[in-house]
Every structure is written in C-alpha cells, then in structure tokens.
Design a protein around this ligand. Structure first.
Ligand SMILES: *Cc1c(COP(=O)(O)O)cnc(C)c1O
Length: 399
C-alpha cells in the first residue's frame, strides 16, 4: 500500500468505528417501489421520487424523443456551443409553472444553489441560513465569501436577532449597500417539517433583506397548482429567488432557479456552475419538462392525492406501532433513533427482511440524531405500508 492509502485506510477505519461508514448498494433495476439488489427484490422506501414519475411513460418517451432529435451529449456549456431548444422549452415552462418572469436550469440542484448564492452574495454581504438547510446551500454560502450567520431551526426570533445584527453592522464598501440574504428550505429534507414562509417574508421586508427558498421537497406536492409551499402560503411573489430540483417529484434530473428577468440574466453572467459546466443532457431536460407537465395536469392532482393517502396510512400505522412523528403531512417521515449504531442495525435488519430504508447519520444530520428516513411515493400500495411497518417492528425488537 502507498503512504496515502495507509492514511486513507486509517481514516476509513475511524469512520467505521463511529458507525458512519457509507457504502453503495448496487441496484440492478429501475428506481421504483421495488428495487433489485443481489438478485433479490427490496421494497423501496428510500427514494425522493414522490409521485412515481421517474418511470412514467410520458417522461421516458420525452427522453427518448430528445435523444432521437438532439443526441445524447450536450456538447459544451450553453454559452459556448449554443443553447439547445429543450433547455429553453424547460425554462419557459418552469417560469410559467412558478409564476416568475424567468427561469434557468442547472445540471443539478446542488449546482443551482452553488451558482445562485455565489452570484448574488459576496464579501460585503451577509447570508443568514436556517441551521438545517441542505449541504449545497451551506457550501454555497461558504463559497460566496459573505459573512455567515446561522439561525436556530425555524426560530423566527433568532432569525430576527441575526437580521438586527446584520442591519447594524458598519458598512464600508464601494457598493451602494449591503445585501442581506435569508436562505431556507420550505420542506426540510431530513426532518420533513416546514418553514414559516409568511413570517420569514415579513421579517425579510422589515429588514430590507432578500429571501431564497429551496423547494426541493415541496415542488409537485404543495399548493393549489402543486407549485410548492410558497404557493400554498401565498408568498411566491415575495420570494426573490425560488430554487428547486428536477430530480425529486419531477422524476428526472437537474436544478433550477426561478425569479425576475434580471436575476436570471445575472446568473447567466455570473453563476460559475452554469458557465463552466456542460449543459444538462437533452434527455434529462426533456424528461424534466414532461414531469412538470404531468404535475400540472389533472393526473398530477390524482398522483398527489394518492401520495397523501399513502402518507396518511403509513403515518397512522407507524404511530400505532409506537413511533413518534412530526405533526405535519409530509412525504418525508423521519424515525428518530438517536444512536448511529442503532440506526445502522435497524436499517440492516430491514434489508434482511427485504425492505430498503437509509440510516441517515452525521454529517447529513447532527451526531446523535441518527434516523431512518422513510419517503413515501404515490407508487406505493397499502400492502407496502403493512409490509414496512411489520418489518420495522420486527427489526426494532430484533425478532
Ligand atoms: C436533493 C436536494 C438538493 C440537491 O438537488 P440535486 O438535484 O439532487 O442536486 C438541494 N436541496 C435540497 C433540500 C435537497 O434535498
């Protein structure tokens, strides 16, 4: 072994000792309610494919058609080799869907966060983020060079204290004023709870700040037209930067930012993860567009109702089985276990019973807050719910 490998082995051993080692499980089927690992079927309660769109015929057909017409690769960055029609079609649709002037797509949600936050905040600015925002937002905020403040998860008075601090900071710069950017998710990815977007928007106005909301887990699920939690709370037009991913309820891949024309024009000029990265492949954007089409259609409402029926059933069965769950209706059901070793052993016992659920541990969540994160899908059935609840009871008691 080389010197580097010796060091890396030691590091891996330390990760393993803390029950934090992560391993890939090879899946030989599509990502659907049932996946195949090592030739065995597993009931899948781990995917963010909330509406079951990743295997929807309309998305598959859109991807196939895009490959036939536009090929597989995207060639280069859209600023270098020209910008393919499917990207424009997707962005026009996203802007209409979210009710904004414009939209821009990125290869991933991660890239969207990175590009947007570093474009609008710099070293003279302040970024204030919820303690539980996704890693891509944390990374982007750090990379922006702005002064960072983290507020206690969903704690509006703590947010206001941070806003007061930012307002009172002395400002010496050639720029006209300091920007204060508040960053939150709408539905939190590992806890399934929600942000009080209306109150946050009020605070934002009071302190002259800007608001960016990541709707990764809410798009397609909340709001009258399934646009997200901002629509449900009637605050979409008060959010300067709406972000999301096309890889969850939308069933495809990619990230997006929706907002004003000037915001999108600025991102085309400043977002390094847009400028210096090859455009998403035509198949992905075409599938994402078809996914949003399904979400906007009557079928989207039927799928959402189906999802909520599964969520309600799963939740009531889990509570009957003795698990505690947050009160809100969300497709993310975190079963808090605490100890990393215990979360891993329950996940392993579940796999032995043919049920696939991830043990979510540090650094995705805080140390000592390990959990099993169940995600429901419109593709699940009532029998799937019975199966997972029984498997969980058996796994927990070790029977
Ligand atoms: C998944 C996720 C992202 C990243 O989106 P990708 O398209 O998977 O890169 C961003 N924010 C949140 C809250 C997420 O859960």
């Amino acid at each position: 072994m080389s010197g580097l490998d010796v060091e890396l082995r030691r590091e891996l051993a330390a990760i393993q000792k803390d029950a934090l080692l992560r391993e890939l499980h090879r899946v030989d089927s599509s990502q659907s309610r049932c996946i195949e690992i090592d030739g065995r079927p597993f009931l899948n309660f781990s995917s963010n494919d909330y509406l079951g769109l990743s295997n929807h015929p309309a998305l598959k057909e859109a991807a196939t058609r895009a490959v036939a017409k536009f090929g597989v690769g995207a060639g280069s960055s859209r600023l270098v080799c020209g910008s393919l029609a499917p990207h424009h079609e997707l962005e026009e649709m996203l802007a209409v869907f979210k009710g904004t002037e414009a939209a821009i797509s990125f290869p991933t949600g991660y890239a969207a966060a990175l590009g947007a936050i570093t474009s609008v905040a710099g070293k003279d600015d302040v970024v204030i983020l919820d303690k539980l925002v996704h890693a891509c937002i944390v990374d982007a905020a750090r990379l922006s060079g702005a002064k960072l403040r983290v507020f206690i998860h969903n704690d509006l008075s703590d947010l206001e204290r941070k806003l007061e601090w930012a307002r009172d900071l002395p400002f010496v710069s050639s720029k006209s004023r300091r920007r204060i950017l508040i960053l939150t998710e709408s539905i939190f990815s590992m806890d399934g709870d929600l942000a009080a977007l209306r109150d946050i928007a009020d605070l934002k106005d009071k302190y002259g700040a800007w608001l960016m909301v990541d709707e990764a887990h809410a798009t397609g699920l909340f709001g009258e037209n399934r646009r997200g939690l901002a629509e449900e709370f009637g605050v979409a037009d008060r959010i300067e930067i709406q972000m999301g991913t096309l890889s969850k309820a939308c069933g495809a891949a990619g990230g997006y930012i929706c907002g004003s024309r000037s915001l999108i024009d600025l991102l085309v000029n400043r977002a390094r993860s847009f400028i210096f990265s090859t455009a998403p492949v035509p198949a992905a954007v075409a599938a994402a567009r078809a996914g949003i089409g399904v979400i906007q259609s009557a079928e989207g409402e039927i799928l959402r109702q189906r999802l909520w029926a599964i969520v309600d059933l799963l939740k009531s069965e889990l509570i009957k089985a003795g698990w505690a769950l947050p009160p809100i209706r969300s497709a993310i059901l975190p079963l808090l276990v605490g100890k990393e070793t215990e979360a891993v052993s329950i996940a392993t016992a579940l796999r032995a019973r043919g049920v696939f659920v991830p043990a979510i541990r540090y650094p995705t969540v805080a140390r000592g807050k390990a959990r099993l994160r169940l995600t429901a899908s419109a593709a699940h059935t009532a029998a799937d719910v019975t199966e997972i609840v029984n498997a969980l009871t058996a796994a927990k008691t070790g029977n």
